[in-house]
Design a protein around this ligand. Structure first.
Ligand code: DGJ
Length: 757
């Protein structure tokens, strides 16, 4: 157990925050917080303060009108206030009726056991004894603004939770137009690269690595949700860092609304990295006595390459973000009706799917969209959360009973934050949607967003959802969100405060999530927003799993889940086998590659099982059977990306350019599962050698191929040993690797089981 420590040196001139193997040091320099170091652990000396370089460079401005010996132009600032000398963007912008520039300085500090609690926002869970916090107070007494910057360090982790709270302690109104959750400078080290996740609907979380060049780069979302376009997570690394070695820094915002990350590289090779809520147009008014709390940022460091960083975030998310009740709890295999029948089903059809699901060995039957009010397409009924009993052939409790009789739990789809213009809810409350007074109501997917910033709207929706979820025994809920906010506004706010509407909406959504999930703690909630449009550490604080994408094509899923895997562990990624030709890409693949892709997350099915050929059905049923034995490893074991020949191949001519592979390892039991796939077939292929990782060099591993694995992908193991079992040392598996004989056909796949003997 590595206990967190914070050392205060030089009478509060220097602070040393110690993670399990990292150090973050902050200096107090003329009242400005400086980030002296964040990286591998060493004890700083107070002498470092004398080394700070602050002489004004040519063509610069000094910050102290009475002292021209120094300037902030070359300082490495932490949460930089607006300054005369600093040339980069400040961490926040605040104005008041008294001051057009508000620039506070450090006025106090404290360290304590425990962490701040954030009213109305999600934050990392910890017992007080597991964490220590450094809090710096920055004040501008004239303007009356006080900021609390806090750094919380956790036992056994190199992740730091960064928090910022603004307080108006004066008597005038203060307006915030930017309020970052974190912002700090990297002293020049190496040329830095950014790894981020970009995309769009059905193409979420495409990992991209790019060099940062002088100037400013921005990523974020102004869609009112964290979005499909970019995810509020990213990594920064020197160009020399690889998958398994070198330093890497990462950040994740626990926030599901508008956000921004900014990377600004200056003329002295200093990189300012900031991130926080809000997009253009954000504003927040702080009246006297008011407080504004920024969403929490999680900042991580590793010297184990990108893998090391992923391990840190996976562990942290599972241990401290997702609801504790679901920690390590096996996630059921579900069958969802969406791609099986969309809106077009009846009681007979549902019963047929449920019967097939039971035969397959699934554990949950999930009734997707189309079960309520007059909802037979996407044009109506959102908000009217009562069952269409004629379509369902009875009540939801009747359905739950029938499904239970088959040995399955019942799951249901809802989208509580929305309203259809064609609904009883809208007809009763046309003013409840998220638009400014008098503004047009822009529709997306024929629906409007509810103004969850308004307490009476939230209370009504809570009541309706509670009534629904109490009406039958539900084991699972899929909570959807199918359009961005557009141009949000609120009838609750005056014209000059409309910039708060989007932020207030997300706070309202969190209140709704919290109220419903705590009323029904035994229901497993899966988040969804047209696929992965709001998959972030904020929603995952309430919903333990997430539907990663509406693209269920196996080849596409390798990329989507691979990107998500940088920051999200497999236990939060919903992943289903669907029909062929695939409904999103038109691609047709065999059952084996579709199963192999779905094993990358929480296994489920989303197709009319009755239409499967008998051989495919049998294969899927065998896989379900096998999965139940191995799922605790697959869902909660350490997930390791395996470098295939494609990595490091800059020629683009490698015959292995389209291979992808991962393994799940449990170091304690010595068990592992390896999954490899060749996404695009190569004619006349040579062997592929898959080098495993994270095994014990000296140990011997029994390797076998699970009984359900068949199809063109093969291995020398299966071919030469007949029985498909062989023992190899960890060293051999990690150095020489497993030899694979790719077959023909796209996405041929093979799965191996390993057991240390
Ligand atoms: C979008 C989701 O991502 C789909 O899986 C499905 O639930 C539809 N919405 C239903 O409208």
């Amino acid at each position: 157990m590595n206990s967190p420590r914070i050392e205060v040196m030089a009478d509060g001139g220097l602070f040393h925050i110690q993670g399990s193997s990292s150090s973050l040091t902050i200096a107090n320099y003329h009242g400005l917080p400086l980030r002296l170091w964040w990286g591998s652990r060493f004890t700083p000396s107070a002498e470092a303060l004398a080394e700070i370089r602050s002489d004004p460079p040519p063509y610069s401005v000094c910050d102290d009108p009475d002292d021209t010996s120094w300037s902030s132009a070359r300082l490495h600032l932490d949460y930089a206030p607006p300054l005369a000398g600093d040339r980069k963007a400040p961490a926040f912008i605040a104005t008041s009726t008294k001051a057009s520039i508000i620039s506070p300085r450090i006025s106090g500090w404290r360290t304590y056991e425990g962490r701040p609690t954030l009213a109305g926002l999600p934050f990392a869970r910890a017992e007080a004894s597991e964490v220590r916090t450094l809090e710096l107070t920055l004040s501008d007494p004239e303007a009356g603004l006080e900021l609390a910057l806090s750094y919380t360090v956790f036992e056994d982790s190199d992740i730091i939770a960064h928090n910022v709270t603004y307080r108006n302690k004066g008597d005038s109104i203060i307006r915030l137009s930017r309020a970052s959750s974190f912002a700090f400078d990297f002293a020049p080290r190496h040329s830095m690269e950014l790894v981020d996740l970009e995309g769009t609907w059905a193409r979420e979380r495409m990992a991209r690595r790019s060099a940062l060049t002088p100037g400013k780069k921005l990523i974020g979302s102004n869609l009112g949700v964290s979005s499909h376009r970019f995810s509020p997570v990213c990594a920064l690394l020197p160009a020399t860092t690889t998958e398994a070695s070198g330093e890497a820094w990462g950040a994740s915002l626990e926030w599901s609304g508008d956000w921004q990350f900014s990377f600004e590289l200056d003329e002295f090779d200093c990189l300012r990295w900031s991130g926080g809520p809000g997009a253009e147009g954000f504003s927040w008014e702080l009246g006297p006595g008011d407080t504004f709390i920024c969403p929490e940022a999680l900042l991580g460091w590793s010297e184990g390459g990108l893998s090391g960083l992923s391990d840190q975030f996976h562990e942290f998310l599972s241990r401290r973000i997702t609801p504790p009740r679901w920690r390590g709890k096996a996630r059921p295999i579900l069958v969802n009706t969406w791609e099986a029948s969309y809106f077009d089903f009846d009681a007979q059809g549902l019963d047929d799917i449920a019967r097939q699901a039971a035969r397959l060995g699934a554990e949950l039957f999930v009734l997707d969209d189309g079960w309520f009010s007059r909802r037979n397409d996407a044009t109506s009924s959102l908000g009217d959360w009562w069952p269409n009993e004629a379509k369902l052939g009875g009540s939801l409790e009747d359905l739950a009973r029938r499904v239970d009789g088959l040995g399955l739990g019942l799951g249901i789809w809802i989208e509580p934050e929305m309203v259809s213009p064609n609904s009883d809810l809208f007809r009763a409350h046309p003013d409840w949607c998220l638009v400014a007074p008098g503004a047009p109501r822009h529709r997306g997917r024929e629906q409007l967003v509810l103004d969850l910033g308004r307490p009476e709207v939230r209370e009504e929706i809570k009541g309706r959802v509670r009534a629904l979820l109490s009406s039958a025994r539900f084991a699972y809920v899929k909570w959807d969100f199918n359009r961005p906010l557009g141009l949000p506004g609120s009838t609750l706010l005056p014209p000059e405060r409309q910039g708060e509407a989007s932020y207030r909406f997300t706070l309202g959504a969190y209140d709704l999530f919290k109220s419903i999930t705590s009323t029904f703690p035994d229901i497993l909630f899966e988040g969804c927003a047209g696929g992965g449009g709001r998959m972030d550490y904020g929603t995952l604080s309430y919903f333990p799993q997430y539907w990663a994408s509406d693209d269920t094509d196996a080849v596409a899923r390798w990329a989507i889940q691979g990107g998500a895997g940088l920051f999200f562990p497999p236990c939060v990624i919903g992943s289903h086998v669907s029909a062929v030709p695939n409904h999103q890409t038109g691609r047709s693949l065999g059952m084996m590659p579709r199963l192999a892709a779905a094993l990358g997350g929480i296994l489920g099915f989303e197709l009319d099982l009755a239409l499967l050929e008998a051989a495919d059905f049998a294969l899927a049923a065998e896989a379900c059977n096998w999965y139940k034995d191995w799922r605790s490893l697959l869902q909660f074991g350490r997930r390791v990306r395996l470098p295939t020949a494609a990595e490091g191949d800059r020629s683009g001519r490698s015959p292995f350019a389209d291979d992808a592979a991962w393994m799940s390892v449990d170091e304690a039991s010595g068990r592992a599962v390896v999954v490899w796939s060749r996404l695009r077939a190569t004619a006349n292929p040579g062997s592929a050698f898959l080098r495993l990782r994270c095994l014990e060099k000296e140990a011997t591993y029994m390797i076998s191929i699970p009984p359900f694995v068949r199809g063109p992908g093969s291995s020398t193991l299966a071919r030469k040993s007949g029985a498909g079992t062989r023992s190899l040392s960890g060293a051999e598996l990690m150095r020489r690797g497993l030899e694979i004989l790719p077959g023909t056909g796209d996405a041929t796949a093979i799965v191996f089981e390993l057991q240390r003997v």
